[in-house]
Write a protein that binds this ligand. Structure first.
Ligand SMILES: Nc1ncnc2c1ncn2[C@@H]1O[C@H](COP(=O)(O)OP(=O)(O)OP(=O)(O)O)[C@@H](O)[C@H]1O
Ligand SMILES: [Mg+2]
Length: 225
C-alpha cells in the first residue's frame, strides 16, 4: 500500500498542490484527470523523487519512503511523457543500463511475466532511433518494471500512439494490476484510458477529489472547467 499524505508544493506564489492525500492499494488502477497546468506532472514527479514537496510524506506499508529518492525508486517507477531512452543504443542495452542482475538473468526476464507481455524480446536488437513510438513506449514501460515496483506511474502513456498502440498499453497495464498485483497510477487526457481505471481523481485548484468512474466524456469535460 502506497500512501501520499498532505503533499504541498508552491512555485513562487503559484500554489500548485495545496494538500494532496490519497492511497493506492495493490492491484488498483488509479487515474488522475485535470486541466493543463493543474499540477499533475508536479505530483507525479514528487512521487518518484524527481521533485521535492514543500511538505508532506509518502509511505509504503506504513514506512516513510519520501525521505530518500533511492527508497522511492525501490517502490515507485515512473514512465515520463517523453521517452527516457538512449537513442544510440538498442533495446537490450537500454534495459541493461537499469538492470541490476547479469546479462543472462536479463535474457531470462525478457521471456517471462510482464516483460514477455510487452514483447520487447522481438525487437531487443533494434536501435532506439529506428523504433516506432509504440516500441519506445513499451521499452520505457519495460525499464520501469525491471525491479517489479509496487506502483507504476505513467504520465500520458498513450499520447501520440495509434489506436492499436493505445489498446496494447491498456492491455499491459491491466495485466500488471490483475495478474501481477501491481498498482498503476495513470495521468491521462484520453477518455478510453481513463475509463478502465478502478478509481478516478480530479486535480483542480490544488486539491484532489474523488470522482465517479462512470462519468460520460461530456461530464468529465464539464468538471475540468
Ligand atoms: N519547475 C517549475 N517552475 C515553476 N513553475 C512550474 C514548474 N513546473 C511546473 N510549473 C507550473 O506549475 C503548474 C503545474 O504544472 P504541471 O506541469 O504540474 O501541470 P500538468 O497538470 O502536468 O499540465 P499538463 O496537462 O499540461 O501536462 C503550471 O502552472 C506550471 O507552469
Ligand atoms: Mg503534465
Amino acid at each position: 500500500m502506497i500512501e501520499v499524505k498532505n503533499i504541498k508544493k508552491k512555485y513562487g506564489n503559484n500554489h500548485v498542490l495545496k494538500d494532496i492525500s490519497f492511497e493506492i492499494a495493490p492491484g488498483e488502477f488509479i487515474g488522475i484527470v485535470g486541466a493543463n497546468g493543474s499540477g499533475k506532472t508536479t505530483l507525479l514527479s514528487i512521487m518518484c523523487g524527481l521533485n521535492h514537496p514543500d511538505s508532506g510524506t509518502i509511505l509504503s506499508d506504513g514506512k516513510i519512503i519520501s525521505n530518500s529518492p533511492q527508497k522511492l525508486s525501490k517502490y515507485i517507477s515512473y514512465v515520463p511523457q517523453e521517452n527516457p531512452l538512449i537513442s544510440e543504443l538498442n533495446a537490450f542495452d537500454n534495459l541493461r543500463l537499469w538492470f541490476h542482475g547479469s546479462k543472462r538473468e536479463l535474457k531470462e526476464k525478457l521471456t517471462t511475466g510482464i516483460l514477455k507481455e510487452l514483447g520487447i524480446d522481438a525487437f531487443q536488437n533494434t536501435i532506439v532511433s529506428k523504433m516506432s513510438g509504440g516500441m519506445k513506449k513499451r521499452l520505457s514501460i519495460g525499464i520501469a518494471l525491471l525491479d517489479n515496483p509496487s506502483l507504476l506511474i505513467l504520465d500520458e502513456p498513450s499520447a501520440a500512439l495509434d489506436l492499436y498502440g493505445k489498446y496494447r498499453i491498456r492491455e499491459y497495464t491491466k495485466y500488471y494490476t490483475s495478474k501481477m498485483n501491481g498498482s498503476v497510477l495513470i495521468v491521462s487526457h484520453d477518455y478510453s484510458e481513463l475509463s478502465i481505471c478502478s478509481k478516478l481523481y480530479l486535480l483542480k485548484d490544488g486539491h484532489l477529489q474523488r470522482i465517479d468512474t462512470g462519468l460520460s466524456e461530456n461530464e468529465l469535460i464539464k468538471l475540468l472547467k
